[in-house]
Design a protein around this ligand. Structure first.
Ligand SMILES: Nc1ncnc2c1ncn2[C@@H]1O[C@H](COP(=O)(O)OP(=O)(O)OP(=O)(O)O)[C@@H](O)[C@H]1O
Ligand SMILES: [Mg+2]
Length: 415
């Protein structure tokens, strides 16, 4: 086991998987301080810069791909921690972090949270990234109240979660902004400050820029941390609103995550929130179902459809331009087009019962939504069978855009 001797102020870059035991001295990682006898675990998908706060001896245990490199004084960590200290000293209410994918947004958010805790503050962290979803499960925006140092946002427990229903932010701008605002209000009501907002990495096109700009304008953070020069040039203008803009650099070398790594991380979160869910039956007539176009229209009497095509669906609805139907068996009916005239619609959409099996969904409430998996919708008897770990009183079940396989991988839900 290599033994590493660090002088005060020395920097080290550690790539997981690794375990660092502190034999003597004290180090700091993302603002979290570790002293003699403590251990730092670096996951295989993480890397950190370690700063020696005094003369320190470390015992490093490196597995497979794990490595340790010396880092010089140019390492951006020193700039990061200076920025974090400056922000926390100003006692802000709201701090937002923006940057590209893998630029260190979540790490900076955790650095801010640890720094706030070191200063005796009671921070709140909002995970606004539906795709990476470090706190709650994927497809959710979540709020956590960290009460002790941590290195990885994934270890935080959610206090409240809001369902967005997609792992891509595209097309959900207003819902995401609305949910973040609601969680900020919850945190401020609970006297948590600073509220630290981590965002998704969608920043590199015009729509993304509109989305992030609207988010800033709606939330009005006191401080905005921008990772990278290019983004700083775009968002620096918000200083005119009184927002303090801080530019920092991304880490120069880091543990990158492949598509498979990200899929694995999402699967782990689905597992955490869905495994062991208990069966629940919900009466469709007393609950709003949303998230899927089938459920938004006015009810249509299946008998009326049978009169036109000779086959009776188990469920049918009509929006102003589309007739939606669910049939018990797959159908091949040449006469479906006749329904357009009969019901005055331009489009016909139909599904076979069972299309909804394993759809990822949520029980919606005013304060915090609960993830669930749809087992079956019994359209004839108007009962939804689902599984969830926490039953809450709800009057809305919202479906996501996808289903989950047994391995918790996303596959599209027919829409
Ligand atoms: N100072 C640092 N030195 C080296 N690596 C670092 C440092 N800070 C963060 N990293 C690593 O960089 C990678 C990206 O960090 P992080 O997850 O914080 O970025 P992100 O912008 O939130 O990514 P995503 O877009 O996936 O949410 C991680 O592997 C993290 O461990
Ligand atoms: Mg992140």
């Amino acid at each position: 086991m290599p033994r590493i001797h660090l002088e005060k102020g020395e920097l080290l870059r550690v790539f997981g998987p690794a375990a660092l035991g502190i034999t003597k001295g004290q180090v700091e990682v993302l603002g979290a301080r570790y002293s003699t006898g403590e251990k730092i675990i670096v996951h295989r998908l993480r890397s950190y810069t370690v700063l020696a706060l005094e003369e320190t001896i470390l015992e490093a245990n490196l597995a497979s791909q794990g490595t340790i490199q010396a880092a010089d004084q140019e390492d951006p960590y020193l700039e990061w921690r200076k920025t974090a200290e400056e922000i926390i000293k100003a006692k802000p209410r709201i701090v937002m972090v923006i940057g590209q994918v893998d630029s260190g947004k979540s790490s900076v958010s955790i650095l801010l949270s640890n720094t706030a805790l070191n200063n005796g503050e009671k921070p709140a962290v909002i995970d606004g990234d539906v795709g990476q979803a470090d706190i709650g499960p994927p497809g959710f925006i979540s709020l956590s109240y960290p009460d002790s140092k941590t290195l990885w946002m994934r270890t935080l427990k959610p206090y409240a979660m809001k369902f967005i229903g997609d792992i891509k932010p595209q097309g959900h701008m207003f819902q995401i902004i609305q949910s973040i605002k609601q969680l900020i209000n919850t945190a401020l009501r609970d006297n948590k400050t600073p509220v630290i907002i981590d965002t998704d990495g969608w920043v590199m096109d015009t729509y993304a820029t509109i989305y992030k700009s609207t988010l800033i304008e709606e939330i009005r953070p006191d401080h905005l941390v921008v990772i990278g020069d290019q983004l700083y040039e775009i968002y620096n203008k918000y200083s005119s609103l009184g927002i303090r803009i801080h530019k920092i650099k991304p880490p120069p070398s880091k543990r990158e995550r492949s598509r498979e790594d990200r899929r694995y991380l999402r699967a782990e979160k689905y597992k955490e929130y869905l495994d062991g869910g208990k069966p629940v039956r919900i009466n469709m007539t007393k609950t709003i179902i949303s998230g899927h176009p089938l459920f938004y229209g006015a009810p249509v009497d299946p008998e009326l459809i049978k009169e036109v095509i000779g086959v009776k669906p188990v469920y049918a609805t009509k929006t102003p331009d589309t007739l939606y139907m669910v049939f018990q068996e797959p159908i091949r009916n040449q006469r479906l087009d006749l329904l357009k005239n009969a019901f005055g619609v331009q489009r016909i959409r139909y599904y076979t019962a069972g299309f909804e099996k394993n759809a990822y969904a949520a029980l919606i409430s005013d304060t915090s939504d609960q993830p669930a998996i749809i087992e079956k919708i019994d359209f004839a008897n108007k009962i939804i069978y689902l599984k969830t770990k926490n039953t809450i009183n709800t009057c809305i079940i919202r479906l996501s855009r996808y289903k989950l396989t047994e391995e918790y991988h996303e596959t599209p839900l027919e829409i």
